[in-house]
Design a protein around this ligand. Structure first.
Ligand code: PLP
Length: 445
């Protein structure tokens, strides 16, 4: 198999996500191991994006591959109405990891379906329709999940779902509330949420849906007290609190679930990606006892042929066991605190175009600006084509040097696998150090 053969079939027959089909030229990938993947010429890339921030355990972990092979030999598939050992075990392990009285799991194929069904659960439980979610968020590509999304991917999908209301979440570096301290940001963001609830009509709102740590839209870590405050507002008005942990969960933030960092218990947690590092498609909703009880006598109006797929569930069981035995969550936290944080702080000191670095665990953003004083972004919000030029040049400089970066608008995210080694982090940061010279050339401050 050659590069050309892979490209030929791809260009002729594969219709790609989120793309103008004639303007893309996807790179053929032949293999991957640990923190690296490589093309058909065996050029290796250090994967600082964990693909789509999902390969938390690293590529081709041998024990995880083996567990999938063993399950495939036993039972590949069985429909969701049956009970199955791996399905039950995966649900039990995930419930045991979740905080508070969240003890049941509805399995899906990925994150968007997890959010669709969390919304369905919240609406069924409360008898209300509206869902509040933030600008600067991503919740998935299906009808309701994309309508809940607060980034430009929603625009072309508008008006297909009803009752989705957006509000502003905290973002200290570009505070929508003109705050000057994290405390002010928390207080003002909570006041804004409370006002939104009151003016939308508390009795019409089924759920507040939040990414615990906003992922693609900026690695926005909530300031102290914010999530606790959201919990209180939800309790006061009988609103379901849905934490979208599709990207933030399963080690990414140096915790099993990002909410653990703040000791907050939502009513529903949605997960996907890191639960089995995408070795097979899997996602789901972890459900509180109270919401599960609503559907004890009343049927839950949702289902999927592959809900609780045995092969996917077996991979989740094995992945959770490996995480525990190899201390992967603890490793992610330590490498974030001890290596990535100081490394990024050095880059910020050295490169004028770095406006801010922020994050936790293996989940970081470098926000690039043209001027530190005005914080004018290196490229405008939703930049595409030539407007995105500086970011494209920066990404190309990384790739030339063997680093696969995750870029979004004016940011480079640092999101390697949770298993990344200290040496690999240093290798990636040193490439970023070189590549940031590209961004510095556009600095005008
Ligand atoms: N929620 C968040 C926070 C995500 O980052 C994503 C995907 O990137 C999704 C939901 C959608 O997940 P999926 O692409 O598996 O449907």
């Amino acid at each position: 198999m050659t590069d050309e053969m892979v490209r030929a079939d791809d260009r002729a027959h594969v219709f790609h996500s989120w793309s103008a089909q004639g303007l893309i030229n996807p790179m053929p990938v032949k293999g991957a191991l640990g923190s690296y993947f490589w093309d058909y010429d065996d050029k290796r890339y250090l994967d600082f994006s964990s693909q789509l921030v999902n390969v938390n355990i690293g590529h081709q972990h041998p024990r995880l591959v083996q567990a999938i092979q063993e399950q495939a030999a036993k039972l590949c598939t069985i429909q969701p109405a049956f009970a199955n050992d791996k399905r039950g075990e995966a649900a039990r392990l995930i419930s045991e990891l979740a905080p508070g009285p969240l003890n049941k799991v509805f399995f899906t194929n990925g994150g968007a379906e997890a959010n669709e069904n969390a919304i369905r659960l919240a609406r069924g439980h409360t008898g209300r329709q509206k869902i509040l979610s933030t600008y600067r968020s991503y919740h998935g590509g299906t009808t309701t999940a994309i309508a809940a999304t607060g980034d430009p991917r929603r625009w072309a999908n508008e008006n297909t779902a009803v009752g989705l209301v957006h509000f502003w979440g905290p973002y200290a570096y570009r505070s929508p509330f003109y705050s000057e301290t994290p405390e002010q940001e928390t207080e003002r963001a909570l006041k804004h949420l409370r006002d939104t609830v009151v003016f939308e009509g508390a009795g019409t709102i089924a759920a507040v849906l939040l990414e615990t740590v906003v992922g693609t839209n900026g690695i926005l870590v909530p300031p102290p007290g914010y999530l606790q405050g959201v919990r209180q507002i939800c309790d006061e008005f009988g609103i379901v609190f849905i934490a979208d942990e599709v990207m933030a969960g399963f080690g990414r933030c140096g915790e099993w679930f990002a909410v653990d960092r703040w000791g907050v218990t939502p009513d529903l947690i949605t997960f996907a990606k890191g639960v089995n590092s995408g070795y097979l498609p899997l996602g789901g909703v972890i459900i509180s006892d109270e919401i599960a009880a609503t559907f004890r006598e009343r049927p839950f109006p949702g289902g999927l042929t592959y809900s609780g797929h045995p092969l996917a569930c077996a991979s989740a069981v094995a992945s959770i066991e490996i995480f525990k035995e190899e201390g992967i969550v603890e490793h992610a936290r330590a490498i974030g605190d001890d290596v990535i944080a100081p490394g990024l702080a050095e880059l910020a000191e050295k490169h004028p175009s770095v406006g801010e670095v922020r994050g936790l665990g293996v989940f970081w953003a470098i926000e690039l600006v043209r001027d530190r004083a005005t914080r004018e972004p290196l490229v405008p919000f939703n930049a595409s084509g030539s407007a995105a030029g500086p970011m494209n040049e920066l990404a190309a400089a990384c790739k030339e040097r063997g680093l696969w970066p995750f870029t979004h608008f004016n940011r480079v995210h640092v999101a390697p696998p949770c298993t990344v080694t200290e040496d690999e982090v240093r290798e990636g940061l040193s490439i970023l150090d070189d590549a940031l010279a590209v961004a510095d050339r556009y600095y005008a401050g």
